[in-house]
Design a protein around this ligand. Sequence first.
Ligand code: ZN
Length: 687
Amino acid sequence: MTKPATNLSENPYLADSQFPQFGSFHVEHIEPAVSQLLKDNRKVIENLVADTSQPTWQNFVEPLEVIDNRFEKVWGPVGHLDATMNSDEWHQAYTNCLEQVTQYYTETGQNAGLYQKFNQLAESAEYKTYNLAQQKVIENALRNFRLSGIALPKEKQVIYKELKQRLSQNSSQFGNNVLKATQAWYKHIKDESEIAGLPESAMGLLQQLAEQKSLEGWCVTLDFPSYLAVLTHADNRDLRAEVYKAFSTRASDQSDHTEFDNSALIETIRADRHKLASLLEFKNYAEYSLATKMAESTDQVLGFLRDLAVKSKPQAEKELATLKAFAKTALGIDDFQPWDVTYASEKLKNETLSLSQEKLRPYFPVETVLNGLFSITETLFNIKISVKEGVETWHEDVRFFELTDETNQVVGHFYLDLYARENKRGGAWMDSVITRWKHPQGQLQTPVTYLVCNFTPPIGDKEACLTHDEVTTLFHEFGHGIHHLFTKMEQLDVSGISGVPWDAVELPSQFMENFCWEREGLNFISSHTETGETLPDDLFAALKKGRGFQSAMMMLRQIEFALVDFELHTFYNPDAPEDVLDIVQRIRNEVAVVQPPSYSRQLHSFSHIFAGGYAAGYYSYKWAEVLSADAFSLFEETGILNSETGMHFKNTILAAGGSVDPMVLFKAFRGREPQIDALLRHSGIHA
Ligand code: ZN
């Protein structure tokens, strides 16, 4: 990296270049650039609010788009580099700025002047002449302002702010309690025979955990990898039972550490959420959650979940019966218990499925997979993907690609950062670098995305090979990528992935995964490193079989979580709230095949809904899966690599970004409402 410029005009973050100048960024550029950016933006907003003329798209929305676009281009790379090229110095600068950025967001979201301008615009005669995307931008802005409490009378705004603040504190407290409760419990193991059955890697983990506590031998903790290793592999049934109990009672009245009990917080959070929703004139918190989602009503969500549950339950019961019979004959377990489920399942899986991810690896050399993915994309969507040289990246392993259409016009670009390395955050993700947008001066800005994975890097000069899981991950992120890149929108806030509701945003990503499970797709992406052979039929069959293993039981588990989350946010009577434990039990009686013991308090550590953003939204996982599977079923009907169907998908679901209600888009693509059959079939559930 070059020496930092001290002059703001030379700050590469603020340079108006086509792509971020990764080669020139220096940690010392960050804070001056962000401060300048926020200062400039505030000035623009201030002037817009002070302007007394009638707001129009041109004099009001366009200047906002200009500053938002600049914001993405300046701030985006800071966060991106924090995740991919982390250093203490960088992270400190990022965190310092994050505070300012959050403050800026809060203040913009609460700006009564902006809200009033948007209102004036929506009521103007000109509004009716706007296209649907423009109208959607205005509609979304107004909706978000209303949800931020800005439209409330003054005294209610005060209550709103108090509620928001308390909710935020209590959510954070909830998460803290889960963390502390998880850390408070551990079991020191001195005798190796007590943890017989654990594979070497898990033994290593437990040893490490002991070392961290300056103990000899091994340590079982409630961190997920440790918990899972014991529940999956430990032959010692008493140990499994003990760890199961400790884990499922974390942060509850049933735990040994009642100081972290979340019971009271659950009640307060529920009550406050209900108050917040009522204040904004929603019937309940679930309705408030749905205001920004694709699902139309609480009845629709509940009906959807129950439909899936009813269709999955008979098979889940059979799966459980098979498991119990196996546990009895092969493992000598007569009185099957919840802490036997994972253990017995692992043994059953090993016995009936011969396929390991490692066995598949040689069939998926990275270059073959990439070329296959690109060929599939080119065939389906009538575009061309090629390497573009000479663009700065953040690491030598990162590659840059260009997409062009049939007339050789540039559609967009993406960065691909495939391998794990030190100082790079784990997991895989896609993010927007630049959003497709028509500049007020008329030029069209084409979109750019990051695609980041953490695959095992090549060793020596041997090409890296991927497991099937990793291949699927790559397709998933690529699906998010094309959602952003194939958009036809020109309005910043509804272009690409912008403005797409949460429960619909996983549609294109999960859709792309399907190609990894089809013969036609696998022919493109598999080629054995030594023989060049595509994935053989027997391995393909085994792969499919593995996909269906206990899928109905897993489906019901997720539905149970989703229903509990949704019901406790839908049916809330402030005068006589139904006991949460009763809700959980009622839903378990309805959908679960494995009944946890009465001491179980899984709700008390359900951080997704009490400490995260998934309140009355956990259903989204299944919802998006249904959409993606059902969308893919049109390819099953018309041909997996049918480019006509591909173009139809591109021109409806992918092109519209967040400008049109996803249900409308889905129907335009599929010709009907979504159905759950395809997901059930793909999961191997025969309803
Ligand atoms: Zn995703």
